[in-house]
Design a binder for this molecule. Structure first.
Ligand SMILES: Nc1nc2c(ncn2[C@@H]2O[C@H](COP(=O)(O)OP(=O)(O)OP(=O)(O)O)[C@@H](O)[C@H]2O)c(=O)[nH]1
Length: 384
């Protein structure tokens, strides 16, 4: 037999049903824990008015079914969530037992002759109990049918048995009518609740998808596609948001140094080995240089074969050491194995002066880089 593939709608319906099922089981257990209060009320109402053996019989029967129902719900809620709905009979059983126990009031506690003053109170209690219980099933209407089956089973059985007693028959039929109306309303509320839950799940899934897309878009907007380094946009925004004159880092007088790096004779590499090899070298350069830097340093592709490193908290002497380390790492070994093109890098270093704009700082580092090129390349130069 071929099984239908799960559609998104079916999956969301299943998740909504699963959530509603769990909530219904939890709420029903919570309600059952308050049931002994209702027993006290019934006991107080019936005291001296209903024969003790009947009251005791009803209370004893209810207490046993109440404990079994609580046990079933506790077992159900302990199951891991994927298995819970497969053991739905535990919830249905608990609901049916609850319904039967309440309905047993009619044969056991309702006076034989309907004119008794106790009767309206007991009917109010029974209807009130059913009305209080009903909203619990709005999150999982199917269990309400089990509750009703329990109630109806006892009430109808009693109606058939007592069909000659008109007073009892009319009480039973009235109760059944009340429960039918209640069920009709609960079904409507249940459908709305399920729809709301499904909508909520859909919105959550959509929000997560959008947040993921936004994260990817933001990362792409700030990343250089070839090397995976920060791009010029991120470099500029970091400089203007954190290092502008009067900004937080500036006021704290944290030193900032920058390195401007440019691969030497890169045009020759492209011309001799082709653009693809040039691209591989740029990637390998980015990777090897990154290994020489710390986490807080921002390594960005400034454009073409020119790169920038921001070194926060670093003064010029330390920046010179780092630049020299990078230069040696690049010159020490070809960046790619095939073809093993020897490549070097020239680096200009500048430390920010007090009240110097970030544009002026980059310009000074660029001048130092130009001086390194002029000085013969494969070297580090400090800006004035
Ligand atoms: N393969 C590749 N080449 C690039 C990329 N961006 C820029 N280039 C090349 O880098 C080369 C830069 O050449 P030039 O500015 O003349 O500098 P150079 O040859 O490195 O010489 P000097 O900087 O003076 O040492 C050009 O040929 C550009 O086409 C890129 O993304 N991939």
């Amino acid at each position: 037999m071929r099984t239908k593939p799960p559609t998104a709608a079916r999956t969301s319906r299943n998740v909504a049903l699963e959530l509603g099922f769990r909530r219904c089981a939890q709420d029903l257990r919570g309600l059952l824990l308050t049931t002994p209060l209702a027993w006290l009320m019934v006991g107080w109402l019936c005291w001296d008015r209903v024969p003790m053996e009947r009251l005791g019989g009803w209370l004893g029967g209810f207490a046993v079914s109440w404990m079994i129902a609580l046990l079933l719900l506790t077992l159900l809620l302990r199951l891991p969530s994927p298995q819970r709905r497969r053991h739905g009979w535990l919830l249905h059983g608990a609901a049916a037992l609850d319904g039967m126990a309440w309905a047993a009031m009619v044969p056991l506690l309702m006076p034989d002759k309907g004119a008794n003053a106790l009767l309206p109170w007991l009917i109010v209690l029974l209807c009130g109990g059913a009305a209080v219980t009903a909203p619990i099933y709005a999150s999982y209407v199917r269990a309400h049918f089990s509750y009703l089956a329990g109630l109806f089973g006892v009430l109808l059985g009693h109606a058939l048995w007592q069909y000659q007693d008109l007073a009892h028959l009319s009480i039973t039929l009235g109760l059944i009518l009340f429960l039918v109306l209640l069920t009709w309303h609960i079904r409507r509320i249940g459908h709305s609740a399920e729809e709301a839950l499904r909508q909520q799940l859909k919105n959550t899934a959509q929000n997560e998808r959008l947040a993921g897309l936004l994260r990817v878009a933001r990362r792409d907007a700030e990343t250089d596609a070839l090397t995976g380094l920060a791009n010029r946009r991120l470099l500029d925004s970091t400089l203007s948001s954190r290092w502008q004159v009067g900004g937080l880092n500036d006021r704290r007088e944290r030193p900032l140094s920058v390195l401007m790096l440019d691969l030497d004779h890169f045009k020759r590499v492209n011309d001799t080995h082709g653009h693809d090899v040039g691209d591989q070298i740029l990637k390998a350069f980015a990777a090897r240089t990154s290994q020489q830097l710390r986490k807080p340093d921002l390594f960005a592709r400034y454009g073409g074969e020119e790169f920038t490193v921001l070194l926060p908290g670093t003064d010029a002497p330390k920046a010179l050491v780092i630049a020299e380390r990078v230069r040696a790492a690049i010159a020490g070994m070809p960046l790619i194995a095939e073809p093993p093109v020897p490549i070097t890098v020239s680096i200009g270093v500048a430390q920010r002066k007090p009240n110097e704009s970030t544009e002026a700082l980059l310009a000074r580092a660029d001048v130092a880089l130009y001086a390194a090129k002029q000085g013969g390349r494969n070297r580090v130069m400090l800006a004035e």
